[in-house]
Each structure stands twice: as C-alpha cells, then as structure tokens.
Ligand binder design. Structure first.
Ligand code: GAL
Length: 353
C-alpha cells in the first residue's frame, strides 16, 4: 500500500492543488485531490485484469474549479435541494442563495466542491488521506463555525471508503455527500443505460415537480419503474410514461434505504458494468441515496478530452433526504453545537466473469 502526492496544477487564484494516489496490494488505485476533496480516479481491474477508470472527471484542477457537474466532489454544507433556499434553526430563519430556480442546490454557487481543502493527514499504513476544511459562521448563509474532515481510504480488497467528520459551535445543517459519477465500463465508455443496478429501498421520496423538492411522502416503489430492489437494467424503464421520471428526465430521486439506524452501516446498492464485468457495492450509515443518472450531462470535456453526454455516468449520493431541514417527517440533518458529525460511505469494487 502506498500514497504518492503530486501537483495537480494551479487554481485561478494561483494556489497549488495536489493529487494523491492511493495504491493497494493488487495494483488497483484511486486518486483524490484537495480541490473540492474530490475523487478523481478509481482504477479497478475488469474481467480481463485490465485497469479501468470508472469515475468521470477532469485532467487538471482547472476543470474541477470551473466545472458545473460536481464530478467526484464532496458537496457541502448541504447536498441536494433546500426549498426556497431558506432554513429555520431554533426559530431563526437563514437565507441561502437560490441557484436552482427559487431553491438552493448543493449549497449554492460557493460550494465546498470548488474550495482548496487542507491536507490533514497522509497515512501510509492505512493507505488513507484526510482533508480538512473550515467553514466559518455565515458561510453560504448557514450558522455556526464548522470544521470538517473527510478521509479517503483504499483497502486491499478494493474498497474505497469515505469517512466524514465535523463539529460546529452552533446548531447547523451538515449533510455531506460524494458526487462521483460512475461508469463501470470505463469513464469514456458512453451511456450507463445498460448497467445493471439494484437499490435496497422499498420506498422513495417523490418530488413535486421538476424543481425536485420532495412532497414529503414516503412512497412505495411497488409496481413502478422506481422498483430497483431486485435489480434491473437502468435503461429498462428510464423513459417510461411515469410522471416522476418524466419530470426529472430520468432517475434523479432519493431512495429510502432499508435498515436505517444511526451509526449502523449496511449495503444499500449494487451495480455492474455489462462489458467490463466490474461490480460496485455501496454501503453507508445514512438514511437516503440519491440515484441520479446524469440526465443533465451535456458535453462536459473530461479526462483525455473525452466528451461526456447525457447519462454517461450515474451517481449514488448517500445523504439525509433532500430538503429534510424543512420537513419534519424526515430524519433531521441538523448537527447540534458541540456534537460530532460522523458518517461513512464506501464503494467496494469487484468483478463478475
Ligand atoms: C444531483 C442532482 C441533480 C443535478 C446534479 C448536478 O445531485 O440530484 O438534479 O442537480 O446533482 O447536475
């Protein structure tokens, strides 16, 4: 196991970004950058043993700084949408920036995904890198001085784990996720519609309209194209005449993952690339998973000049439910002052012959 660090170019402000390569005993490796604490590369063997990079991204820091798709980034302080860009904590209202119609998406234009995080620790033994970020009181409109750490680790059995830790001096929202786009056939292999995906969720949170704010219901997936419990080809019903899919242009919904209990990690989803045979198993201790099929990708110029089109990657963003800060029926994403935010999500890779 080993961790190597190198330059990843300069940010617009002239600061140096870095890339860290974490390699395991099998020769599989991941690359992460301090810019947005983003996951840049996940190179795993396919069924012929050929290393295949299964995440979409850019070649240089500049792409991550300018991009609009959140490739591989850590999203915070709150991922997903907040209705009318407004929250209330302890009876006080805080106004965030409306950057998705009247709503707030991924915390607004000044997201953590474009910030240069600090290097907290490189642990050669554990094959991990930890990034740290200070988000002051009032940052993005949120209350509380928040300090966050995100640790990426690659194990010898090809598991990429992401641990999130944080604490604040005032009650605030903390709902972090990783926004990697996966294509298990390889990041430059086009549509993911032939991938097989299973999500262990018997319900999802339907959205009101294309603004994507949940209605508040917990709706059964039974007899709908949202039923991914047993697994199916992503494209099988993605364009079905079904309101929830039509209004979002494909899958872009929060699934209510089975077996949620605070602090308990369980497998919530599985996927497989049809051509590479590469498999992925997602485990988390969080209640929800936003399954997003890259419906808004539209010509981003990525690694090696490859152009990403609609549905060329899918995201599995583990999280507290969208708009949960404003919805009393949903598990709260509010972190109390002095308490520690601690969650984890992992992606374990394998191969099916
Ligand atoms: C996802 C979200 C999508 C879209 C995307 C970024 O997390 O669910 O609706 O906004 O981020 O393009």
């Amino acid at each position: 196991m080993s961790v190597y660090k190198r330059s990843f170019g300069l940010t617009a402000a002239g600061e140096s970004a870095h890339i860290y390569r974490l390699e395991n005993r099998n020769g599989s490796y991941i690359e992460v950058t301090d810019l947005g604490a983003s996951l840049v590369t996940v190179a795993m063997p396919d069924r012929d043993g050929k290393l295949t990079d299964v995440v979409l991204g850019y070649d240089q820091a500049e792409g991550y700084e300018r991009g609009d798709a959140y490739f591989g980034a850590v999203i915070g302080r709150n991922c997903n949408r907040i209705e009318r860009a407004r929250i209330q904590i302890n009876g006080r209202t805080y106004q965030l920036t409306a950057n998705d119609g009247e709503n707030n998406l991924h915390s607004g234009p000044d997201g953590y995904e474009r910030r240069l995080w600090g290097e907290q620790e490189v642990d050669q033994q554990r094959n991990s890198v930890t990034f740290a970020l200070s988000s002051p009181d009032g940052d993005q409109g949120f209350p509380g001085d928040l300090r966050i750490m995100v640790r990426y680790r690659l194990s010898d059995d090809d598991e990429v784990s992401i641990h999130y830790m944080g604490s604040s001096d005032a009650d605030t929202v903390v709902n972090l996720t990783n926004h990697s786009y996966f294509n298990l056939d390889g990041q430059d292999q086009g549509s993911i519609c032939d991938h097989w995906v299973a999500i262990n969720a018997r319900a999802f949170t339907p959205v009101r309209d294309s603004g994507a704010i949940p209605t508040g219901e917990i709706l059964s997936v039974g007899d709908t194209p949202m039923d991914l419990v047993k697994g199916r080809r992503v494209g099988m019903e993605i364009d079905a005449d079904y309101d929830q899919l039509k209004c979002m242009g494909g899958y872009d919904h929060n699934f209510v993952c089975e077996g949620y209990r605070k602090g308990r990690t369980r497998v919530v989803a599985r996927a497989r690339g049809p051509r590479s045979g590469i498999t992925m198993e997602v485990a988390t201790d969080l209640p929800g998973l936003q399954f997003y099929t890259g419906n808004f990708l539209d010509g981003q110029v990525g690694k090696g000049g490859h152009i990403y089109h609609r549905r060329d990657g899918f995201c599995m963003e583990t999280q507290y439910f969208p708009n949960s800060v404003n919805d009393e029926g949903f598990e709260t994403p509010v972190l109390s002052a002095g308490k520690t935010y601690r969650t984890m999500t992992s992606y374990r890779f394998g191969v099916e012959r």
